[in-house]
Design a binder for this molecule. Structure first.
Ligand SMILES: [Zn+2]
Length: 138
């Protein structure tokens, strides 16, 4: 019984703010890939936006009000999407910067390392899975 409580405590202390260089590199690669993906999506949405704009200027003469309304809405949605993507690109870039300073990937609540897989999926994650679940339960 006494032995069971010993091990987890020791392991917890050892992992605290002590990520290996290989793991840091893994996170960096994951974040960089994520950044590139988002950047591509952003570029794509800017291209679509430009095309929408061109269409609007090219054939708006024959449009009735409903068409114009649909196109305006489409364009607004594209702009929102593009802004969101750009925000996410910036978020990942800030994460890469923080990683370089050694300030990234640690749970804000318990201070433990957030798993690489979680960081790759959610670059803005500031809590480990168990702390996140605790937060959500409240
Ligand atoms: Zn935590």
């Amino acid at each position: 019984m006494a032995k069971a409580t010993e091990t987890p405590t020791a392991a917890k202390a050892a992992t605290k703010r002590n990520r290996s260089a290989a793991e840091t590199e893994k996170i960096r690669v994951a974040l960089t890939e994520r950044r590139d993906e988002l950047q591509q999506e952003y570029d794509q949405s800017i291209t679509e936006l430009t095309e929408l704009q061109r269409d609007r200027l090219a054939d708006s003469a024959g449009d009735d009000d409903a068409d114009t309304g649909t196109k305006t809405l489409e364009r607004e949605q594209e702009i929102t999407l593009a802004n969101n993507l750009l925000e996410r690109v910036n978020q990942v870039e800030r994460a890469i910067d923080r990683l370089g300073e050694g300030n990234y990937g640690w749970c804000e609540r318990c201070g433990n390392a957030i798993p690489v897989e979680r960081l790759a999926a959610f670059p803005s994650a500031t809590l480990c899975v168990s702390c996140k679940q605790l937060e959500e339960r409240r």
